[in-house]
Design a protein around this ligand. Structure first.
Ligand SMILES: [Mn+2]
Length: 358
């Protein structure tokens, strides 16, 4: 396991590389070219410049989150083959720069969905939250406007204003796409990219849909153990793998998180580990990483990763906004640094206990 930290790049992230370098045990960053649009080929010079910048700060690029998949590929529209070719070219350029992990998702229209970006908790911290009642009452075209005001001026990943201006058009484009069609398009995409992934040993790691159910009637497929195992079998190559995000699969309390980790042994290439606090099955907020602050048993999650031989990057995921920090919601420095330290502590304890009992 390598402890890592997500970084959006200079000019997009309030957190700086030198700060990440000072978090104990964090050696890598998970980053992206935030100013590229889905479908665009990533230029080798830009990848190299990003890599140099990270390495000059004493860190390294442990993976890319994300190379976004454009709507044409998800929909399977006539120009999708050209966009898959572009994606392959991007993977090739990443592989040549010795980058071997790519996180992506296959969610239509909306990336992750929350109904509040700054819900206040009893300790005065603010967190992202979701309540189904608010989604049911909302016009999807107003979704962006309703949350944008709490974003501290940041551009939210997956919620870029240009994209949100096209919400109506995007809904129309997905009109004929049900879960089966989306699954077929995902399988086709993976089959097409596997040769380049094999050539450069690039592990693709699909991020689950968040929340793990359909919102606004759109198809959602990466939501539970059955579906993710189906995808692993459909393209049975180790380079077709998973980002295990406890906070996303965990939105559905029926998902047994440690059990899923065990079922996915060998195919989890990247882990997002965070906790949620449920007030009811359809109202949750993002708590501190600590088990006792939320609903999940973080020890059991880390233990399942340890026992299945997980050796990829882990990162703390969304953090609370604490100590007066102003940052992109979920992506401040302080609470995620606390999360990294806590997860490192769990791992050390699990590792030492395992070695002593051997
Ligand atoms: Mn995640």
């Amino acid at each position: 396991m390598e402890m890592t930290f997500r970084w959006y790049g200079k000019g997009f992230d309030t957190v700086e590389l030198w700060q990440i370098r000072q978090i104990p045990g964090v050696t890598g960053v998970i980053t992206t070219l935030y100013d590229t649009t889905p479908g665009e080929v990533w230029k080798p010079e830009k990848i190299r410049a990003l890599k140099n910048e990270v390495e000059e700060a004493g860190l390294h690029i442990a993976g890319i989150e994300s190379v976004n998949v454009c709507d044409a590929i998800k929909i399977g529209s006539p120009d999708c083959e050209q966009y898959i070719d572009n994606y392959i070219e991007t993977l090739e350029n990443l592989g040549k720069e010795d980058i071997h992990l790519v996180c992506y998702n296959f969610m239509p229209v909306f990336d992750w969905t929350r109904t509040e970006l700054a819900r206040k908790r009893p300790d005065g911290s603010t967190v992202l939250a979701y309540t189904q009642a608010a989604v049911d009452a909302l016009d999807p075209e107003k979704m962006f406007e309703s949350i944008a005001g709490d974003a501290n001026g940041a551009i939210l990943p997956g919620w870029e204003p240009e994209r949100m201006a096209r919400v109506r058009e995007l809904f129309g484009m997905y009109a004929g796409i049900d879960n089966e069609k989306l699954f077929a398009n995902l399988t086709h995409f993976l089959e097409r990219i596997m040769p380049v992934c094999n050539k450069y040993d690039i592990k693709m790691a699909i991020h689950p849909d968040d929340p793990a159910w359909s919102v606004f009637g759109l198809p959602r497929i990466i939501i539970n153990q059955e579906n993710i195992l189906r995808l692993m079998k459909a393209v049975d190559d180790v380079h077709n793998g998973v980002t295990f995000c406890s906070g996303s699969y965990g939105t559905n309390l029926e998902n047994d998180l440690p059990g899923m980790i065990r079922a996915l042994k060998g195919r989890i290439h990247f882990a997002h580990v965070r906790n949620l606090k449920f007030n009811s099955p359809d109202d949750f907020e993002e708590s501190a990483h600590l088990s006792s602050d939320g609903t999940f048993d973080m020890y059991e999650i880390m233990k399942a990763l340890y026992e299945t031989g997980f050796n990829g990057p882990i990162r703390p995921d969304h953090g609370r906004m604490i100590w007066g920090e102003k940052a992109m919601p979920g992506y401040g420095l302080y609470d995620r640094a606390l999360g990294a330290t806590y997860l490192n502590g769990l791992w050390e304890a699990i590792d030492k206990a395992a070695k002593r009992n051997r």
